[in-house]
Design a protein around this ligand. Structure first.
Ligand SMILES: *[C@@H]1O[C@H](CO)[C@@H](O)[C@H](O)[C@H]1NC(C)=O
Ligand SMILES: *[C@@H]1O[C@H](CO)[C@@H](O)[C@H](O)[C@H]1NC(C)=O
Ligand SMILES: *[C@@H]1O[C@H](CO)[C@@H](O)[C@H](O)[C@H]1NC(C)=O
Ligand SMILES: *[C@@H]1O[C@H](CO)[C@@H](O)[C@H](O)[C@H]1NC(C)=O
Ligand SMILES: [Ca+2]
Ligand SMILES: [Ca+2]
Length: 354
């Protein structure tokens, strides 16, 4: 072996001097013809063969083309889909359900596979990963989504298949979420309740006629600053915030031009009110209610007068409005009273949602 190498080096030394056609560039061997000459490698006659054998991890090039790679591409078989479902159906999913489907394919050569969408539309919110996993949340609609997926091997050989995913809208009203005869309307992943007159809240569980906004002295959800009075008896001696139900005092108006106003802070649907008198001397016999959403223009909350007096000035007299009315500002306007001036304390019953 050593002697051959030495010989080869000698040969190269000999021929490099001329226009080379056999050259040893240690450790490679180059065989080249003269400029314009052809290189012919010829096997022996009578079925002699020519072998080009790359070394381990080596290859054979013609020009810049890697011949082994080329043969690999030529010989590679396309992947084969694993999904055999009729019409490519991947299933039916109910709105809001998780969709998790692994597409399967195998390659005859065992090549690594990549999945990609080539046509159609996946359900919104569902994604396809390169490894063929479809995942996401089924949209809450009745629909069929059809799409084409290509699975590609490392040689670029591919197989296409069309799939479908069906989604079914989930009826969120199925569980009858609306109470007290409220009417349920199904929505995208949700529902809304349309409550009967008396009820409120998301599921109509609140009886609005009993839902105090909190004027009463023991509750005071309505702060002092949201209570105001016009034309009080004795001027500043009688503050509007004294007009709270069960307060030890009360608010006293001067006459029928006076009013006590509650600002809820936002629009409410007012269903009922309650009043107490201030004392035996200052009581409230009848009154009207006025309602406003902007604090400027007021309308009658009901086309009727309410009775405020009870057996005693301490009696709480609750009055349900003939029909609920939407207000942010509610005024109590005294019409008739005992003795010289109208004196009273109030609470309001209303729902937030309507
Ligand atoms: C090389 O081969 C081509 C094609 O067979 C031929 O036309 C050409 O004459 C050859 N060149 C020489 C120098 O033999
Ligand atoms: C859907 O998947 C999410 C995240 O993996 C999980 O939190 C949720 O509980 C699943 N929902 C259902 C209905 O399986
Ligand atoms: C349904 O709608 C209500 C009111 O709009 C909202 O508070 C709630 O978060 C929604 N629920 C879902 C599951 O989207
Ligand atoms: C309400 O009371 C006022 C004053 O007492 C009276 O003039 C009016 O007619 C009454 N309205 C109704 C509808 O009873
Ligand atoms: Ca293949
Ligand atoms: Ca729905």
């Amino acid at each position: 072996m050593e002697s051959l190498k030495v010989l080869a080096v000698c040969l190269s030394l000999v021929y490099v001097a001329k226009a080379s056609f056999f050259e040893v560039r240690y450790p490679s061997v180059v065989v080249a013809a003269e400029t314009g000459g052809n290189l012919t490698i010829e096997a022996g006659p009578n079925a002699g063969n020519i072998y080009m054998t790359p070394g381990t991890r080596g290859t054979v090039f013609i020009g810049r083309t890697d011949m082994l790679k080329l043969f690999e591409i030529v010989n590679s078989q396309p992947p084969i889909w694993g999904q055999k479902a009729p019409y490519g159906s991947l299933g039916t999913f109910l709105g809001g359900d998780n969709i998790t489907v692994q597409l399967t394919a195998m390659d005859p050569e065992g090549s690594k596979l990549r999945f990609e969408k080539i046509a159609g539309a996946l359900p919104p919110g569902v994604l396809l990963s390169a490894s063929g996993l479809l995942s996401g949340v089924a949209p809450d609609v009745d629909a069929t989504y059809e799409f084409g997926i290509r699975v590609v091997d490392e040689q670029g050989k591919y197989a296409d298949q069309t799939f479908t995913i069906d989604t079914r809208e989930l009826d969120q009203c199925r569980s009858n979420p609306c109470k007290n005869n409220g009417v349920c309307t199904d929505a995208y992943g949700n529902y809304t309740c349309h409550c009967t007159t008396q009820y409120g809240g998301r599921t109509c569980t609140i009886n609005c006629e009993n839902e105090a906004v909190g004027v009463a002295y023991g509750v005071r959800k309505i702060p002092d600053a949201q209570m105001s009075g016009y034309y009080a008896f004795g001027g500043s001696d009688h503050k509007a915030y004294e007009g709270r139900l069960e307060s030890t005092t009360g608010w006293i108006g001067e006459n029928a031009a006076s009013w006590l106003q509650i600002d809820f802070g936002n629009e409410r649907k007012v269903h009922a009110v309650a009043t107490q008198g201030y004392s035996d001397t200052f009581n409230l016999v009848t009154y009207k209610l006025a309602c406003s959403v902007d604090g400027n223009s007021f309308i009658d909350a009901a086309s009727k007068n309410f009775t405020g007096s009870g057996a005693s000035f301490k009696t709480i007299t609750k009055q349900v409005l003939p029909s609920p009315v939407i207000c942010r500002y509610l005024r109590f306007l005294p019409l008739t009273w005992t003795n010289s001036h109208p004196g009273f304390r109030v609470e309001v019953y209303a729902c937030d949602e309507y």
